[in-house]
Design a protein around this ligand. Structure first.
Ligand code: TRP
Length: 445
């Protein structure tokens, strides 16, 4: 089979696209609500440790798997590890499709909240906000429409190709997003409750949470989901990369940008929540919280609040679409590479399939939460574990050789391999075990 025929226009194009994939609704919405659940500081510390010691080497491994084989996620594991690894390719596809199905529903909610803030205004109080949320999330028609529009936009970008679609979107989307977020950050710093908000986010320290299984599961899930490693999305992007780009440095930039955006977003949402006294609502948190809490709080600020709502949800939508394209690229590139389909055919068939699978989460928020926990949690972490095993135990020579071609100092290469083997693999295995037990207890017990 031929190596990928498309490519990025430059290493920067790849880094922006990979950062676009990483920075998404997970940073803006998942990070904040999981941090509330995990008692603030304890969650943040756990999250940062997992990102740096566990996920960063896995991200490099996933990049190596894509770049060194030049193949799509369905095929790359077989090329690197032989036939036995074929199930990993299928796992990548199943997880990417499953995540995209509920992610597109969340995008739909975001888009509808944006349009509502823009055209109609904000809900005046909590009751109005809850009924607005019921309207966008579960009243059938609306949520399905949001899902389909978001998928259609995602499909249009992916159909335009790697360079002409995905890279072009990230090149303006990422800087725009940073600027908007910076503006909001400064604005939030002057809110009356800002200090209390930061305190709750970063400084509230509850050591018992460090051993709480739900916090551990949330920290692992959030780390893998936010960086977007474990299901072949970055693998697919890296397959379009040339030999010389410096993978380790690129991985560090992606992780750095992703973590910065997560922390910045927390420094916007926590002051908001504190200053509007919404702590109660958010700590009993579910997926819908920010969609309820933010617009209501902002409504009390009149026109300025409405403007901020438009900026925040606009920014969230940009972040979401640069992420959803990477999820769609997993099955699309696999159909192109594995079955020789044309890009357009592959895109619209996958969009059709995901549109159908997105109906349950669009019609029922409980289904959405289950899919989030299973595809965005368990399967994603399992994928990360298998990627780490493949590159550190099954094919370590490929890992070292590929990094050698791109100016990574030998000491760093060995250090990455060793931490992949002896830290990432056992830590992910523990994280996976804790997650499965925690979910089993929650659902069965
Ligand atoms: N990282 C994105 C977010 O935080 C979502 C995402 C994009 C993702 N690609 C992924 C999650 C691959 C898991 C795997 O919103």
């Amino acid at each position: 089979m031929a190596r990928a025929s498309e490519s990025w226009s430059s290493p920067l194009g790849f880094v922006l696209a990979a950062a676009g994939s990483a920075v998404g609704l997970g940073n803006l919405w998942g990070f904040a609500y999981r941090a509330f659940q995990g008692g603030g500081g304890a969650f943040v510390v756990l999250y940062l440790v997992i990102v740096l010691v566990v996920c960063l080497p896995v991200l490099v491994a996933e990049m190596v798997l894509g770049r060194s084989t030049g193949h799509a996620p369905l095929i790359a594991p077989v090329t690197a590890g032989g036939r036995r690894w074929a199930p990993l390719g299928l796992l990548f596809l199943a997880a990417a499709i499953g995540i995209l199905a509920f992610y597109a529903v969340l995008m739909g909610w975001t888009g509808r909240t944006l349009l509502h803030a823009l055209l109609v205004g904000l809900p005046a109080d909590m009751a109005a906000s809850e009924s607005f949320f019921a309207l966008i999330s579960s009243s059938g028609g609306g949520a399905v429409l949001g899902l389909l529009v978001s998928l259609a936009l995602t499909g249009a970008v992916v159909a335009a190709g790697v360079r002409g679609g995905i890279e072009r979107l990230s090149r303006w989307g990422m800087p725009a997003l940073f600027l908007l977020l910076l503006g909001l950050l400064i604005w939030a710093a002057f809110l009356p409750g800002a200090g209390a908000g930061y305190h709750q986010f970063l400084l509230r320290w509850d050591p018992a949470k460090l051993l709480d299984p739900t916090t551990i599961r949330n920290a692992f899930t959030q780390a893998f989901f936010s960086i977007g490693t474990g299901i072949g999305a970055i693998l697919a992007y890296a397959a379009y990369l040339n030999r010389r780009s410096a993978l380790a440095i690129e991985a560090v930039s992606v992780v750095g940008m992703d973590t910065a955006v997560g922390l910045m977003a927390g420094c916007v949402t926590f002051p908001l929540v504190a200053s509007f006294g919404l702590g109660e609502v958010v700590s009993g948190s579910t997926v819908g919280t920010l969609f309820i809490a933010l617009p209501t709080g902002l409504a009390s600020l009149g026109m300025a609040g409405r403007l901020v709502a438009v900026l925040f949800f606009g920014l969230a939508y940009i972040a979401a679409i640069t992420s959803s394209v990477s999820l769609l690229e997993v099955p699309v590139s696999s159909l192109i590479d594995g079955l020789g389909w044309r890009r357009r055919e592959a895109v619209w068939s996958c969009v059709g399939l995901v549109g159908v699978l997105g109906l349950p989460p669009a019609l029922n928020t409980a289904a959405l939460e289950v899919m989030d926990a299973l595809f965005g949690g368990v399967l994603l972490i399992l994928g990360g574990l298998l990627v780490a095993l493949l590159l550190s135990w099954q094919a370590p020579a490929r890992f070292l050789a590929d990094l050698q071609g791109c100016a990574t100092p030998p000491g760093l290469r060995r250090a990455l391999l060793l931490s992949l083997r002896w830290i990432s693999v056992p830590a992910i295995a523990v994280g996976l075990g804790v997650s499965v037990l925690d979910l089993a207890k929650m659902w069965l017990g």
